[in-house]
Design a protein around this ligand. Structure first.
Ligand code: AMP
Length: 564
């Protein structure tokens, strides 16, 4: 069967130099927002988009197409041709990095101008010339007023995280920048939410903008794949896999492990449990690989265990399920693995299993592949039994084959025995012949559910600290969501919060403290400078000089970015 005509960057008209950069990075399929904006006509756009949606590459690709046209590289001029306005220094650095690799071979000069840095450096960089300028509103206005920045050659203006900029009080600065830009420019407005203020701004500064909400049905390469994530208790990995495979017993399934050793081990374990399974890993001879693939294609086996490398480039028959026995290394690998199913318009399933405690890490992985998954309990022995009953019922209600001899025997038995007793005995026999599901250990409910359970009153607490304090204008009510987000816990699991000069101490319920410590310790790429760890000093009895700060003081700009 031929592969479906999946959307790719070439078919969406991305510039060839940028396409090469994407391929080198392993980004083969566009995200929904990329597919939607590249597929739109060349007009102003009002795009609903979240961080993590791939929006930076989306506007980068539009920029590349509009500014380069048929040229391979930029003809370097004096004034910028594109301006990206965004709310924070962190976001500017992120966007500059992202466009840096995307435009690497095009000789584009990218200059970033953000508050909190030496303005003279920005002025010097702009004087040397820039094709694309990325900056925060206040600094850009300063540079215009000092005549260091000229907007007269702009062909495209992007407002990134526009709602955030309005919330932060940048409205006036944005108006100055938009008024100073040429009327004939294209304006792209990206915003997570579209409140009235944003809509009013769009009406005033955009021309017949096309609204795009990629979540509302733009085609995606993997629209036919249903993703599921299950948590399992320590020691239950194999049992969880077995139960999932018992439920998917009619589907051809590709099972991914990280290493050759893991492939060999799981292959053996599944054989021992009676599954028709084969395996390939890089070290097998070619004829063995062919043999394994032939077994899968002919239907002699239903399951194939493989590493990413072994599965790459091989033409597998229709797969109903991709099962990740080990989590993929990163978002790209996840997308590649899952893309082995859901092909040619058929529905496919991609199933992840995650050990309790690694939930937060897995969520980061899913987010990097633009997935937001709901955690569901792994199928247990009862689910497997229920599945067998359902299948048996379906088999029995299918048109029966009429065997005269059997019918006569049935009639004879019914003369001697009660029908219910007979049927029960027959069903019991049929069900007994089915393989049993594995009994799983209970897991503590995932974080989402924990939110509903009350904090143990007077329960033991552990002290932690985060390196944001009074110097960052920290206050408890914006530190709290940061703690919860970074550690995957709920507000009910956080006790006292004490803001000190250069850090904030806080308590976490002892029963979730170990998991919290592990999850919160992981670096958050959006706010790499924010670090959380066990308290290095005793918890103060009250917040330091709390009264000096207005309770509702808006957090410091950079810190706001850290909690968003
Ligand atoms: P953004 O929403 O722009 O912050 O992007 C989030 C992350 O997604 C960044 O690390 C990008 O490099 C990555 N990304 C962008 N486009 C793709 C793609 N087509 N496939 C996989 N990852 C992507």
């Amino acid at each position: 069967m031929t592969a479906p005509p999946e959307l790719d960057f070439a078919s969406l008209g991305a510039h060839p130099s940028l396409q090469r950069a994407l391929t080198q990075r392993g980004y083969l399929a566009p995200t929904p927002v990329q597919a939607a904006v590249l597929g739109a006509p060349d007009c102003d756009l009002l795009v609903s988009s979240q961080t993590g949606s791939g929006k930076t590459v989306a506007f980068g690709l539009l920029m590349g197409r509009a500014l380069l046209q048929d040229a391979e590289t930029f003809v370097q001029g004096t004034h910028p041709r594109a301006l990206i306005i965004l709310p924070t220094r962190e976001l500017a650095a992120q966007v500059q990095r992202e466009l840096g690799w995307l435009f690497a071979t095009t000789r584009a000069r990218l200059v970033s101008c953000t508050g909190g840095t030496d303005l003279r450096l920005d002025a010097r960089a702009l004087k040397r010339g820039a094709e694309i300028v990325v900056g925060t509103p206040g600094r850009l206005v300063d540079l215009i007023e000092r005549k260091c920045l000229q907007l007269s050659s702009l062909e495209m203006v992007v407002l990134d995280e526009a709602d955030e900029m309005l919330d932060m009080g940048f409205r006036e600065a944005l108006e100055i920048l938009l008024e100073a830009s040429p009327k004939a420019r294209r304006t792209l407005l990206f915003s997570a939410t579209l409140p009235k203020t944003i809509q009013a701004m769009a009406r005033r500064y955009q021309k017949d903008a096309l609204s795009i909400d990629p979540r509302s049905g733009a085609p995606t390469a993997h629209a036919d794949i249903q993703h599921t994530a299950h948590l399992y208790a320590r020691g239950d990995r194999l049992a969880t896999l077995v139960n999932i495979l018992r439920l998917a017993d009619e589907e051809r399934t590709l099972i991914f492990c990280r290493t050759r050793e893991a492939v060999a081990e799981l292959h053996q374990q599944l054989l021992q449990r009676g599954f028709l399974v084969t395996a390939i890993s890089g070290d097998r001879a070619q004829h063995e690989r062919n043999h394994a693939l032939e077994a899968l294609r002919s239907g002699r086996v239903r399951l194939l265990v493989a590493t990413n490398v072994a599965a790459r480039g091989i033409d597998l028959p229709d797969l109903g399920v991709v099962l990740h026995a080990d989590l993929p290394e990163n978002g790209e690998s996840l997308t590649h693995r899952s893309g082995r199913t859901g092909r040619a318009g058929k529905k496919g399933q991609s199933i992840f299993i995650v050990e309790e405690g690694a939930q937060r890490k897995a969520e980061r992985l899913f987010a990097s592949a633009h997935l937001r998954l709901h955690w569901t309990a792994a199928p247990n022995a009862e689910s497997v039994a229920a599945h067998h009953r359902k299948r048996l019922e379906a088999e029995l209600s299918a048109t029966p084959m009429l065997h005269q001899e059997v019918s006569a025997f049935a009639a004879e038995l019914l003369l001697r025995q009660d029908a219910t007793t007979l049927l029960t005995a027959l069903l019991a026999r049929a069900l007994q012949a089915q393989p049993k599901g594995e009994v799983l250990k209970p897991i503590s409910p995932p974080a989402i559910k924990r939110a509903k359970s009350p904090l143990p009153v007077g329960g033991a607490m552990r002290a932690f600290e985060v390196n944001l304090g009074l110097k960052d204008q920290a206050v408890a009510n914006w530190i709290l969501p940061l703690i919860c987000r970074r550690g995957g816990i709920t507000r009910r699991e956080v006790g006292a919060i004490r803001v000190a000069r250069d850090r904030t101490y806080f308590e976490v319920a002892a029963e979730v403290a170990a998991r919290f410590a592990e999850t919160a310790h992981a670096r958050d790429p959006r706010a790499p400078h924010v670090r959380i760890g066990p308290a290095t000093a005793p918890m103060p009895t009250r917040s330091f000089a709390h009264t000096k700060l207005p309770r509702s003081a808006p957090p410091h700009r950079a810190s706001r970015a850290a909690i968003s």
